[in-house]
Design a protein around this ligand. Structure first.
Ligand code: ADQ
Length: 488
């Protein structure tokens, strides 16, 4: 790093987002030069307005192991890359984050593995994120730490920089106490989170689980959503259900190009009466096998005819070096192959399975083309796909079949709610969503469309940041009162 960079990078960012990944992906041009492109579906849309208006910086890993990169600017965003070694990726990311915390926080659908060397790497990498953030944050800056990979950062950062206003948001569910208590490092994670002034969760239940654990395990005094920290601070634990840029999605799906593409997709699928659609990261939490099984049984029993219905399932490849994910991919391949094979006719298969990632425009066209969106996670913090589908509707038609175990079910109450563990119940709901009258569907969709537009991503980010400012102002008042000064 040059001395000039050191000077500009030191203590100047008044707003900092800290996340495992930077919001960009590296692309190599034909001439060998390197460019950075915004990652698809990233969180950056939520932060863009504040990032620009508040001199923002983003701290995160750039995606390549063992590589030191200097901070750089991209598209007006200041990006601060964190170096992570290949061994740390295996232990901190694939290990502790994705084979310990991810399954534990998702109802232990898959058995979480507890390994001491993974924990050690988690501590080391969290400390590195905290150290780098401490170097660039301006005095009294607002720092917003994201997600389960970085739960120790708030406390580590506060130790170095008590002047900062620290927020934390957990994108996945916060588990019930009975499950959480399996974690050998349960107290350390709670203490890590308590370094924040405001700890945000997707749902009120998650916030309540956290407060209860803090009381039971750390014996701190709590009152509703407020925790009295022994260092004199008050920490707030509240829910902020995450949202999408509903207007942008709607506009993308409303273009003539999207209309043409949606019509083309329909034609290519053989003009069925019903297009069922599933869109997921390939993850065992998403209930893909349950959904495919239910659809397959309906086909086998003749409840759904492959002549007039098709299930299009997109699965974006994910965490392919973690064993359970490889296993799931094989299981899905086998199940889809069996169902399509059993239909035993020449022509179009009842399930079109695409194991790839698509650009946003294509996603918007698919959402527009779909008649019945099927979202069946066994547990999900929120699930943005459900909201994206609703935002892309051009009229009040179409149906959303949604798992009760997705955070989104607490907001999209008018969806066809379902328990995905109950395959018969799921089959009934799929048929109901298909056979309901346009009027009944319209009533449901109208309310959900209104909700998704009114509660968009700007609303989410500004509610969180306003609350964080408020906690900050309260803390300042308390400090002044205790030092005998009167507030300005
Ligand atoms: P995820 O588990 O990744 O997020 P989700 O909320 O559904 O789950 O977001 C997935 C995103 O990926 C969506 O924006 C979707 O459009 C996109 N996507 C999925 N398949 C795709 C494909 N084949 N091609 C292109 N894009 C695809 C975590 C939590 C969620 C929580 C979010 C945000 O697990 O519960 O909603 O964070 O907080």
């Amino acid at each position: 790093m040059t001395p000039a960079q050191q000077h500009t990078d030191a203590h100047t960012a008044t707003f900092v987002v800290v996340a495992n990944r930077l919001p960009v992906d590296r692309v190599e041009n034909d001439d060998g030069s390197v460019d950075w492109q915004p990652s698809p579906g990233g969180l950056v849309t939520a932060f863009e307005p504040v990032m620009h208006s508040r001199h923002g910086a983003w701290v995160g890993w750039h995606g390549a192991p063992d590589e030191d990169l200097d901070p750089f600017e991209n598209d007006g965003l200041r990006l601060v890359p964190i170096t992570i070694s290949a061994q740390e990726i295996a232990d901190y990311y694939e290990g502790f984050s994705n084979a310990t915390l991810w399954p534990l926080f998702h109802d232990a659908i898959v058995r979480p593995e507890f390994r001491r060397e993974w924990w050690d790497a988690y501590v080391t990498v969290n400390q590195r994120f905290a150290d780098e953030t401490a170097k660039i944050a301006a005095p009294h800056a607002v720092v917003w730490v994201q997600d389960y990979q970085l739960q120790l950062v708030p406390q580590m950062l506060r130790e170095k920089r008590p002047d900062l206003r620290i927020g934390f948001f957990l994108h996945i569910p916060f588990p019930p106490t009975e499950l959480y208590n399996q974690l050998p490092w349960r107290n350390q994670i709670l203490q890590g989170l308590l370094g924040a002034d405001l700890v945000g969760f997707q749902l009120p239940g998650g916030a309540q689980n956290f407060v209860r654990l803090v009381r039971q395990r750390l014996h701190l005094e709590t009152r509703r959503d407020r925790i009295h920290h022994p260092d004199g601070r008050q920490v707030l634990a509240r829910s902020y259900p995450i949202a999408i840029d509903a207007k942008a999605f709607h506009e993308l799906s409303a273009t003539p190009e999207a209309a043409d593409r949606a019509a083309e997709i329909r034609r290519d699928l053989g003009d069925p009466n019903f297009i069922f659609l599933g869109v997921d990261r390939l993850d065992y939490t998403k209930g893909l096998l349950e959904r495919i099984q239910a659809f397959g049984e309906l086909i086998a029993e003749g409840e759904i005819s492959p002549e007039n219905a098709v299930l299009v399932q997109l699965a974006i490849p994910s965490r392919e070096r973690v064993d359970q994910y490889r296993q799931l991919r094989d299981d899905i391949d086998r199940m889809v192959g069996r169902i399509n094979g059993d239909v035993g006719r020449i022509g179009r298969p009842p399930i079109v399975y695409l194991h790839t990632s698509y650009p946003r425009q294509e996603m918007a066209a698919l959402y527009r083309a779909a008649d019945i969106m099927v979202v069946t996670p066994l547990r999900d913090g929120m699930n943005l796909v459900a909201k994206e589908f609703v935002a892309c509707r051009q009229s009040d038609q179409g149906a959303l079949v949604l798992s009760e175990f997705a955070g989104a079910a607490q907001e999209l109450r008018q969806a066809y709610l379902v328990n995905p563990h109950d395959i018969d119940g799921l089959k009934e709901r799929l048929v109901e969503a298909m056979k309901d009258t346009p009027r009944a569907k319209g009533r449901r969709m109208r309310l959900m469309r209104r909700y998704v537009v009114e509660h968009d991503i700007d609303h989410w980010a500004s509610t969180f940041l306003n609350d964080l400012d408020e906690v900050g102002a309260e803390a300042q008042e308390r400090e002044m009162a205790s030092s005998g000064e009167s507030p300005a």
